[in-house]
Every structure is written in structure tokens, then in C-alpha cells.
Design a protein around this ligand. Sequence first.
Ligand code: LLP
Length: 431
Amino acid sequence: MICDNLDINEAGHLTFAGRDTIELAQKYATPLYLLDEDKMREKCRIYMTAMKKYFGEKAQPLYAGKALCIKDIYRIMREEGMGIDVVSPGEIYTASAGGFPMENSYFHGNNKTDSDIAFAMDTGVGYFVCDSDTELLSIEAEAARRGIKQKILLRITPGIDPHTHQSINTGRVDSKFGAAIETGQAKALVALALKQPHIALMGYHCHIGSQIFETEPFTDAADIMLGFSADMKDAFGFEAEIINLGGGMGVKYLEEHPEIDYEANIAVIADHMKAVCVKRGLKIPAVRMEPGRSIVADAGMTLYTAGTVKTIPGFKNYVSVDGGMPDNPRFALYQSPYTVVLANRMNEERDFVCTVAGRCCESGDLIQEDVPMPRPNRGDIVAVMTTGAYNHSMASNYNRIPRPPVVILRGGEDKMIIRRETYEDMLACEI
Ligand code: LLP
């Protein structure tokens, strides 16, 4: 199995976090999102322990809530001592409502409005990751009005192609995010920040992409960021206290994906950074990393009920389920791979290769293609693994399909933390 929280019980049912998925499907109905709290905590601890061990005590992982933004997740992040990355007032509101200490939050985004900036300051956000000169001046103006000094990082585009999917590759020079080193805009932003009386420049941030399996893109980014930091020290006498390398470490979605040793990756990046610091005469900065996907992806699973099963002679087989792109748009958007199984018949031969389709009125509404499973019967339970990241957070009500509930599994207990949306919920904002 692709993750150690998956197994098969005597009934031939898929288990997740030690629980029979068929019993959970019967109890809560489908479609259903499941979350494994222990797995999330385990991932937090891997990052936390490894970062402190290899980068030193000042290092801290920040959970990127865009992967899964639910109040209860912020309880876990607080208890695990994580910082967080937030990207909108909605995420700030959710984290704050979840009791997260907002001084440990980093506010991202390429277009923070003036009211977003004011809202973030009202909520006590610790750091702004500033994306542009106009945003910088707006932060300065708001901080001046309040008589405070706002801590910021500057978002730098290091110009790295991490060989990942184009639309989730955000660190190249041609990017809507941040200021590029190559064009001189990053340096100009540092000069501007250092002149502002109500801004405390703490360092630099970059994010090179997502679902990255190798360490080179990160060590390359670290090289560039530290080189930039050294150049700014020479130019302005300012040395960054914080270097934030962003998120992006990959996750195993398929059996053929490599096993990722996050601790080993962090050790490699840390060794590399320490060597560069020595070479460039820099002190070791407080390093931040912003994992989203790798904290929550394999802590998640989606259960569906199979409905129509259709064979088109000479073409292919379709199995339609009672959810689809509204709860998981990632195949439609990125052709993302997923492992899909027939959860109530795990020990049967997988001799029926099919396309698993959603229920929307759109041919592109697919969950996965070429899935081998036993030929499903109407009513069988289809499980899609590794859906903890960018599924619930990207869900929609397309075709007026209510969003599924979220049930968290912890210590043998199951608790619904988000109820199933109702039709009235979907009309709630209509006047
Ligand atoms: N930090 C920043 C500034 C980011 O932009 C992102 C992701 C992260 C951290 C977290 O990256 P992660 O560790 O999750 O790879 N919707 C796409 C993913 C978009 C990622 C955007 N930024 C997907 O479903 O694959």
C-alpha cells in the first residue's frame, strides 16, 4: 500500500487509520472525506524535529493552509508548535477562529488589498510576505497609522524550474509572484523596505513549485537566496535573519512514486546551506519551510459509492461515482494521479480497467483513468487515496452538488468536523 495508514481487514475491506472504511461510509454516507489526525501529527513532527536538528533551534516549519484549511487543523498545528502560511483574510479568519496564535503566521499573496492588510494587522498576523513595491508602501502606511513596526519578508523569485507541472511552478522569473533577482527588482525592493520607518525587514522568501521529489531544486533555491542575502549585505549592510524556502516537497500518490524521506531531504538542504553560509560569510539564518501537501495529503481519503458501470465495446469501461470534480478537481485541472480502489472488495482480482468518472454534466469530470479494479456493482465503495491536500480546499458547488462532510479519525474515534452541506447552505447567500 502507498502509505502505512492503509491496510486490508479480514472482511476484505480497506482500512484507513485502523478503521474499516465501509463502516465509515455506512455511518456517514458518501461522498465522504476522511482525515487521519495521527498521520498529520507524524508529518508535523518529522519536519519539526528534522528542521531543528539540521538547521538549529531557530528553524521552524510553517504549515501551508491552502492545502487544507479547516479550523480543527489549526488546533493540531498549534499543539504541534508549527507556524502557518496564510494567503487570504478567509484563511486568517479560519486559523484565528481555530485558536491559532497568529504571531506565528506568515501572510502571503500577490495581491493583498488595503483592506486585507488592515484585517491581517487587526488579527495580529506576525509576518507579511511582501510581494511588490506598492504592497510594501501600503503595509508601511497602515503600520504608520497604527504606530507599529510590521515584520515582513520579501518574496523573491529565484528563477528556478523545478521540472514540475507548469501551472504549479511559481518560482520562475516570469511569474505573477514576487520580485526577480535577475531584473534588479528584488534589490530595489530591499532598498525600499529598508527606508520605511514602520517596517522591519526580517528576510526573504521563495517558493519554487509543488510536488517536487528531488532535493536539487531546493538546494539551488537556497544557493540563490543566500547569494542574494550576501549581495544585499554587501550593498546595504543588511543581513537576513530569516530565509523561507517555501513548500513543495512531493507526496507519494502512486505505488511507482518514490518513497520520500523528508528528514534526509532536510538534512541535505541544511548541509548545503551551512556550507554556503560559511563560504559567503553569513550567519546561519532562521530557516522556514512551508509544507502543505506533504503534511496533509496522505492523511486524507475520499470515499464514494459506485453508480453506473458502463462498458463501451471496443473502447473502455466507465465507473461513475457520486462525487467528482466538485470535491476533487485535480484530475480535471492537472491530470493528477491518484490510487483508486474498490474498498469493499480489496482481495478480489483487479481485472476490470476503467475510467472513474464524477457525476457532473461535463466529460472532463474524471477522477482517474486506467484504474484496475474488480468490476464494480452499483453500491460498491470506491476509495481515492491521498486526497488530504488541495481537495477540500479546492472544492466547489459545481452543478449545485453539496460539499461532502469531513470526518477526522483519532485514537480509534471518528468525529465529524464539517457536516455535509445542505441545499439551504448553497442558497444561504442568495437574497
Ligand atoms: N508556500 C507557498 C508560498 C505556496 O505558494 C505553496 C503552494 C506552498 C507553500 C505549499 O506548497 P506544497 O508543500 O503544498 O507543495 N493546487 C495545486 C497546488 C498549488 C500550490 C500552490 N502553492 C495542486 O492541487 O496541486
